[in-house]
Design a protein around this ligand. Structure first.
Ligand SMILES: [Zn+2]
Length: 75
């Protein structure tokens, strides 16, 4: 059986190999994505750094959202 790995957020064993979070952290991640998406909907001209400032999420977090395809934004 293949090792499924550990969640990058909480370090617990995760079930889904395609994402780097466990189910609980993935839920939180999706909620965070929703918040950032609504910020972008209000102001589509926001850059990544603007989003970091406005949302309060870390740059790494916002980049994760982009990597997962949750955000469409230009660098
Ligand atoms: Zn987790």
């Amino acid at each position: 059986m293949q090792e499924s790995g550990f969640c990058t957020e909480c370090g617990k064993v995760k079930q889904n190999q395609k994402i780097s979070f466990c189910n609980a952290c993935y839920e939180v991640f999706r909620n965070d994505c929703q918040k950032v998406r609504s910020l972008l909907a209000e102001n589509p001209k926001l850059t990544i750094l603007d989003l970091v400032n406005v949302s309060g999420f870390s740059l790494q977090r916002v980049r994760q959202m982009i990597e997962y395809g949750a955000l469409k934004i230009r660098e």
